[in-house]
Ligand binder design. Structure first.
Ligand code: ADE
Ligand code: ZN
Length: 330
């Protein structure tokens, strides 16, 4: 059963992991009308990637206080732990948490950390944070976001990244923010190669000097770039269920994850925004097993690779302890 396998997840948006029932509950408490973002069966409803971003931001509008984020963190970590995740890195957005005000951001972060500490005690799952700026909000807001990240960098807030509409602006517009984050000791990742072609991955590597790429799958269209990723040890945070749900690929069999692996690229597997894409880490594993015949040995190797690519050394400790405890040391 793949649900029992200890898993490491490196690419998860906290707001994007909010179950629709949780968002509906908060909307009701606050008398906010969000009926337009749900389908008849209660799931999130969107027509394409750009509409997905709008629905995501509408759902996020109910998260108004540090306490709302603490509640969200508990709900999300309970879901992740149920899927066997033992270590997770989540994207956090000062844009949504305090409007990029450093003091307010600190209060949201403290609430999220406290909730994560409770989940670690109760469910044995370890969480770490990556601040993300949002590309379509522009470079000036990204600078303020990077300052929030730099002020709170440490052994819990371990990384900095960029998400949002990849077709807006260019990576070089965000170089100041990434330089500030790097100087503060944060590790770096950038969404690229999801909606932009191989050039978007090259630009993110060259302009932002990131060590991980969120998605990056469109690099497969340029084998010289694939070889550069392999040689330089760039890690891809691959989210196959997200790519299939949003239509980057028509189905799992067409997804390039196996081709990246075969060519020596370091791939990891994550859910991105699980309820939006009707997925969980267990579902990702099961679909990968169906599509590519991945077995337990591949999944244990994948988890170890992911732990090694994590931005905190806690990932390796937690994973190895879980593998030993569950008798999975193949
Ligand atoms: N924000 C949340 N999910 C995202 C995705 N898949 N791509 C870009 N930005 C995002
Ligand atoms: Zn993402």
């Amino acid at each position: 059963m793949t649900s029992d396998l200890p898993k490491v997840e490196l690419h998860l948006h906290l707001e994007g992991a909010a179950p629709p029932a949780f968002v509906r509950g908060l909307a009701k408490e606050k008398s906010i009308d969000l009926s337009g973002i749900f389908a008849g069966d209660g799931s999130y409803s969107y027509s394409d990637f750009w509409n997905f971003l709008q629905v995501y931001e509408a759902a996020t509008s109910v998260l108004e206080t540090p306490e709302d984020y603490a509640r969200l963190t508990r709900v999300v970590l309970a879901e992740s732990a149920a899927a066997g995740v033992v270590y997770s890195e989540t994207f956090l957005s000062p844009d949504f948490c305090g409007g990029r005000d450093v003091a307010a951001w600190g209060e949201y972060l403290a609430a999220i950390r406290e909730a994560a500490d409770e989940a670690e005690r109760d469910d044995g799952i370890v969480l770490r944070g990556i601040v993300t700026c949002i590309r379509h909000f522009g470079p000036e807001k990204a600078k303020e976001t990077a300052i929030c990240a730099a002020e709170t960098a440490g052994d819990w807030l371990v990384g900095f990244g960029i998400a949002g509409d990849e077709t807006a602006g260019a990576p070089k517009d965000f170089a100041w923010a990434f330089d500030a984050a790097r100087e503060a000791g944060l590790r770096l990742t950038a969404h690229a190669g999801e909606w932009g072609g191989p050039h978007s991955v090259r630009d993110a590597l060259d302009a932002l000097r990131v060590e991980r790429i969120g998605h990056g799958v469109r690099a497969i269209e340029d084998l010289a770039l694939v070889d550069r990723l392999a040689e330089d040890g760039v890690v891809l945070e691959v989210c196959p269920g997200s790519n299939v749900a949003l239509g980057v690929y028509p189905d799992w069999a067409s997804h390039p994850i196996e081709r990246f692996r075969e060519r020596g690229v370091t791939v990891t597997v994550s859910t991105d925004d699980p309820p939006f894409f009707h997925t969980t880490m267990t579902n990702e594993y099961d679909r990968l097993a169906d599509a590519f015949g991945w077995d337990e040995a591949v999944f244990v190797d994948l988890a170890r690779t992911s732990a090694g690519a994590a931005f905190s050394p806690r990932a390796v400790e937690v994973l190895e302890a879980a593998l030993a405890e569950r008798g999975r040391l193949t």
